[in-house]
Design a protein around this ligand. Sequence first.
Ligand code: ATP
Length: 319
Amino acid sequence: VRRIGVLTSGGDAPGMNAAIRAVVRKAIYHGLEVIGIRRGYAGLIQGEFREMHVGSVADIIHRGGTILLTARSERFKTEEGRKEALQKIQEAGLDGLVVIGGDGSFRGAAHLARLGVPTIGVPATIDNDIPCTDYTIGFDTAVNTAVDAINKARDTATSHERIIIVEVMGRQSGFIALNAGLAGGAESILIPEIDYDLDMVVEKIERGRKRGKLHSIIVVAEGVGSAIDISKEIEKKGGFETRVIILGHIQRGGTPTAFDRMLASYTGARAVELLLEGKSGQMVGFENNRVVNYPLEEVLQRTKTVDREAYELAGVLSI
Ligand code: ATP
């Protein structure tokens, strides 16, 4: 292994820069050349390559987003598109590739590995919906952003004796909603993985009112449905005054937490080691406080679900 490439793909996540930094510096430490590929697989097909040096990743560990830019590429999903990418990889003399992204990006990475390109995945998505790792880069920051918003919403909810509904990201997964709801002390948490009953949500608010509690925070994952519709239902059923906060893309930005920077540093550096060991088609993960690796094929077959015990605990603690 002499020369490797690194790209970020799919939705951006805070900590991607720290992962790029780890890949670049670890590779240079071992005497490798590193090529940064801009705009994910779209840039790979277009040959948007640039040489990375120690200084190329200076002053980025604390920045959200990705200096390599990210993109979604429909062309890469086709065989011709992947052939074009393979040609660019060969022309540039890359002996390995690190793909920083989510599950869609890993589907692409698995294809490249099958085409004979040594490829390693580093999980980075705020959704935390990647199996074979307890956490993905960006999740902790997104949860902290959501908790910060809940804290602020709670102040005004209390002052005005209102119900505030906070919609967080998570189209298919409730990881952000569950952790932010638990850490933010939400009365109810609605997530796509677990059925809910709005009557029970309303009943819980009413029970709270009876014992003098005049405000409530309800956290809703976007995949459950529109927070605005849910708030209208709650108003209709219970006659309370509600307000809706949709956090949206601010959850994808901001300075990464120390945890996300450490996770990115560990997993990014390990990806380079795996390439040096001659491995391919693997994803680096972090399980039980250890850096691990699993075949991408296995990662793509498995599913990760939210912790039901944590969900139930959130309910118990907010009675
Ligand atoms: P996030 O879940 O955070 O948005 P992601 O990596 O899952 O991140 P996607 O948009 O699903 O984001 O995937 C990123 C890119 O990976 C796609 O635009 C496409 O180029 C490539 N990709 C996705 N699925 C496949 C596939 N089945 N085969 C080849 N390439 C794929």
